[in-house]
Structures are given as C-alpha cells and as structure tokens.
Design a protein around this ligand. Structure first.
Ligand code: NAD
Length: 516
C-alpha cells in the first residue's frame, strides 16, 4: 500500500516522489512539506525504503495549530449528536478499510498481518465508544442547593489538543487519542511516529470522509524539534503522549511547565507470576503468546516470568513451544513473529541478550542467528529467546528490552514473587496464572501494577474502562480513553443559578454566602 491512496490531496507533488513522501495534513488538505529534510521509513522485513517523512517546518507547524484554533469555535458548537455521527461513519469506514490499514502497518512496522488487524481493531473499539459521547460527556446537576438556587456542572472541550505517538501500534494509539478528543469538541494536531506514519494518514483521510470538518484534525511530522514545538506552543492546551520514558518524562516536564495538561504512557516490564497449580497448557500458551507476539514490541508484552516453586519443567516446555514459532515477514500468512522495527533495535536487543548471558543468566533459547526464508535475509529478525536464572541486578532485567526475549526468574512463595514485581520501577501490567482464588485475590490486592491479569496474559482494558499503567509507566493523573480519557479532554464549568421571586427583597449581606 502506498501513500498515493490519499485521494483528497489538494497538492499532488508528494505522490510524484520516489519513494513517496508522507504529506502534512493542514486545514483539510494533504500537502507536501516545504522541508528539505526527510527521514526514511524502512520496511523492517526487507530494508526497502517505502516512504519518506519530512521534518515539518515551523511555519507549517504553526499553520496546523492555527487551523485547529480556527476550527475550534464552530466545532465545539456543533451538536454532540452530529459529532457522534461522524464517529459512527468513521468506524464503518475503518471496518471497510481494515485490510488496507493492516497491510500498511505490516509494511511499515513489520508485525504480522493478523496482529496488524488487532492493532486496528483495538483502536476501532475506541471510535465505537466515542459514538456514545453524549452520555460520556454528561455533566451533573443538584437542584435546590440553597433556596431557589441550583448548581450544575458542564464538561466543556479544552481547545487545541495534540498527540505524539510511538511506533509499535501505528493505528491503535492515534485512535486512543483523536477520536475521543474531537468527539468531546476539541480540535487536534497529531504527530505520528516517524517510523510508521502511514496508518495515521489513512485514518485521517477516513475521518474526513466521515465528515470531520477541515482543521479539526491536522497532522505534522518529525522528531524532537516538532515535539518541543508542541510542548511550547501557547495555543495547545493538552498533550497526549505514548512512548519511551526518556521522551515521555521530557514531554511531561516541558509541556506541564507551559501549563498544559499531559497524559504520558511510557515503558514497561510486565511480569507474569506462575503458581505451581496453574493450568499447564493454557499458561504455556499464554506465556509464549504474550512474550513473543508482535516480536515482544508491545508495552503490555509479558517479558518476565516468575515461577513459584521451581521452574525446570516449565522452562523446558516453554523452549519447545517457542522453537515452534515461525519467524518471517509479517505478510506470510503463517508468520508468528515479524521483524523488530530497526537495525538499531536489533543490535540493542542482541546486546542485552549477550549482557544477560555474560552476567550469569542461562541462555536456554538463543534466537539471535535465526534462519529466515529467502528474500528476507536483510530483515531485522530475532527469534524467540529465553534467558533463565535472571536476577534483578542484571541489565537485561532493569532495561525494557522491547524484543522477543523472555526472562525467567524463580521465587519460593507468592509473597516473594509479589515482592520481586513490586520492586521493579515500572507498573504497566502484571498477570498471575493460578487455579487458586485465594492466590489470585492476594495478587490483585498487593501487586503494584495498573493493569492486572488473572489467567489473562495481556489485560488491556476495553474502552469503557481506561488504560491504567502506574508507577514509572505513567505520568499525569487522567489516563487514556474511558471516563478518564473524556475527563482529560474536557474541563468542568460549574454554574450556580438562582431563579426565585425577588420582589420581597432581602437586603444587603456582605457575609460569605452560605446555603439557606
Ligand atoms: P519513543 O519515545 O522513541 O518515540 C515516541 C515518540 O516520541 C515519537 O513520536 C518520537 O518522535 C518522539 N520522541 C522520541 N524521542 C524524543 C525526544 N528525545 N524528545 C522529544 N520527542 C521524542 O518510543 P518508541 O520507540 O516509538 O515506542 C516504544 C516505547 O513506547 C516503549 O517504551 C513502549 O513501552 C512504549 N509504549 C508504551 C505504551 C503505554 O501505553 N504505556 C504503549 C505503546 C508503547
């Protein structure tokens, strides 16, 4: 799939380049950037340059914010039912185009086509949820708080909001952001990942086809400079970020210092605790799927397993099942794992595996020299890798690896296993596998992670809940989507009204008013 699918483009020059260059979206038009600088988008399975991303100029960035600012007054006054209907149409168009979106994701990001469908679908569910915004955005009312006086609160949109995205979910994460923001009545500037911006552009085109007026959603490109421009811009009221801790904490500090709201979802080290009584087959399947799915490049990947009461038999079985996975280009219908995002990511993952092995961990499955099918020799492939006897002081444990590498640890008791997890700085997700209700309940109560799975490996909540990472995995206090997401993109106005017969008069009182 190529960018020349953007039929609404007013300016065709970006289509004529080879490779094509991804356009900005400003005030409803897909326009090639005037920037001379570009970054290559590389197919991780082949190293082919599929697209280029411009470093959007400052003038273009300002134009995008200005377009969003001008679109705001009329969009915020558009009835919520109309805004919902745009989302209703948008979800239908996403469904209709899901194969094209998935193919674009596989080409730019590398994940398997089946997984890419899941990427789109989990975002689609947020769009579906936004269709009920009339209810979600409802205010509150208390009648007769004082004699003849009522108080009510209204949730109003903020104005221009911005979103900064990571590479690993090119559809789902933009869809966590702009559908909720715009259905609340905000306008938006989106900065997709420079590694795989195609899905964002396709989604924007579909959103406009669904009826989103020009200027309500704008798209700009680049890396640190444009991100800093977003943090500093006086017209942007809120920033949604998903990505690494280095970028996330920088953005949180810089944008908050300018008085903006920030929600920052960051890195993870998600643990599974496996109790001796767990169902063996289901647990092994869950560990393999959540450890190696998406080549480990999910913020909710289970990257560490703590076996309670001995790990030997579990590990042997894990190796057997992991070895059976097929590692190849994501377009192969039989692929279980695609490549990792870049050569640099592959080198970094290799280095962390090596450091684990050199520091006392046992490398019981080494995927570093995996053979891949002809045609993909240059892809960034790493096979499933398992390190056993890992301890908390090892670099491979302290760092988020973000690759198909599963670390195995042991604990003598559930108590000890919970302590291991809680000492880790991250708090995105954690799961327990057990048939004991008492163990599950203790885990749920004592574990310090925002998203808890009980016999569920990847407990990413559906959009009527929120994505609730905690500790170093999140900065801010209003999470993505669900009620928290609506609260993030709205501010409360509280109105106190008095309607009563004032003809009798009550004189002047200079005391602080109290309820009468
Ligand atoms: P990244 O931080 O490198 O990039 C994310 C975005 O930030 C990109 O748009 C990039 O251009 C920008 N950016 C990067 N470095 C920057 C800097 N120094 N200053 C300003 N902007 C910068 O993250 P990534 O590699 O694209 O994504 C992987 C990370 O995202 C992992 O840590 C993963 O755990 C995390 N993630 C978290 C969640 C979650 O919900 N908690 C979900 C998905 C991914």
């Amino acid at each position: 799939l190529r960018i020349n699918q953007y039929s609404t483009a007013a300016e065709p020059s970006f289509k004529q380049r080879n490779p094509p260059r991804v356009p900005n979206l400003i005030e409803g038009s897909f326009v090639d950037s005037k920037s001379l600088a570009s970054i290559d988008v590389i197919n991780p399975a082949t190293q082919e340059v599929v697209l280029q991303v411009p470093l959007t100029t400052n003038v273009e960035f300002k134009a995008s914010v200005s377009a969003a600012k001008h679109a705001f007054p009329s969009w915020r006054n558009t009835p919520v039912t109309t805004r919902q209907r745009v989302m209703l149409k948008f979800q239908e168009l996403i469904r209709r185009n899901i194969d094209k979106l998935a193919m674009n994701i596989t080409t730019e990001q590398g994940k398997t086509l089946k997984d890419a469908h899941g990427d789109v679908f989990r975002g689609l569910e947020v769009v579906e949820h936004a269709c009920g915004m009339g209810t979600l955005q409802m205010g509150e009312y208390v009648s007769n708080v004082s004699n003849g006086i009522d108080t009510y609160s209204i949730r109003e949109p903020l104005g221009v909001c911005a979103g900064i995205c990571p590479f690993n979910f090119p559809a789902m994460i933009p869809l966590w952001m702009f559908p909720i923001a715009v259905t609340c009545g905000n306008t938006f500037v989106l900065k997709p990942s420079e590694k795989d911006p195609g899905a964002s552009l396709m989604l924007a085109e579909l959103a406009m086809e669904a009826g989103l007026p020009k200027g309500v959603l704008n798209i700009v490109h680049g890396t640190n400079d444009i991100v800093n421009a977003i943090c500093d811009d006086d017209d942007i009221r809120a920033v949604s970020f998903v990505g690494s801790n280095t970028a996330g904490m920088h953005i949180y500090a810089r944008a908050s210092a300018k008085g903006k709201r920030v929600q920052s979802n960051m890195g993870a080290k998600n643990h599974a605790i496996v109790m001796p009584d767990a169902n063996v087959d289901a647990t092994l399947n869950a560990l393999v799927a959540a450890g190696f799915g998406a080549a480990g490049q999910r913020c909710m990947a289970l990257s560490t397993v703590v076996f309670v009461g001995g790990s030997n038999s579990w590990e042997q079985e894990l190796v057997g099942r992991a070895k059976a996975l097929k590692v190849t280009a994501g377009t192969d219908p039989d692929a279980d794992l695609g490549p990792v995002i870049s050569k640099q990511a592959k080198e970094r993952i290799h280095r962390l595996i090596q450091s684990g092995a050199e520091n006392g961990a046992r490398l019981i499955l080494d995927g570093r020299n995996i053979k891949v099918v002809a045609g993909y020799e240059h892809g960034n492939f790493i096979g499933p890798t398992i390190l056993s006897d890992v301890s908390a002081d090892m670099e491979c444990y302290k760092e988020e690896i973000f690759g198909p590498v599963l670390l195995c640890m042991e604990a003598d008791s559930l108590e000890e296993a919970i302590n291991i997890v809680n000492r880790n700085k991250y708090g995105n997700g954690a799961s327990i596998f057990t048939t004991s209700g008492a163990a599950a309940r203790k885990f749920q109560t004592e574990i310090e992670a925002g998203q808890v799975g009980i016999n569920v490996p990847i407990p990413v909540p559906l959009p009527f809940f929120s994505f609730t990472g905690s500790k170093s995995s999140f900065a801010g206090d209003l999470n993505f989507y669900g009620k928290a997401g609506v609260n993030f993109y709205t501010q409360i106005k509280t109105v106190t009204q008095q309607w009563k017969d004032l003809s009798t008069g009550s004189g002047v009182s200079l005391a602080m008013p109290t309820s009468q």
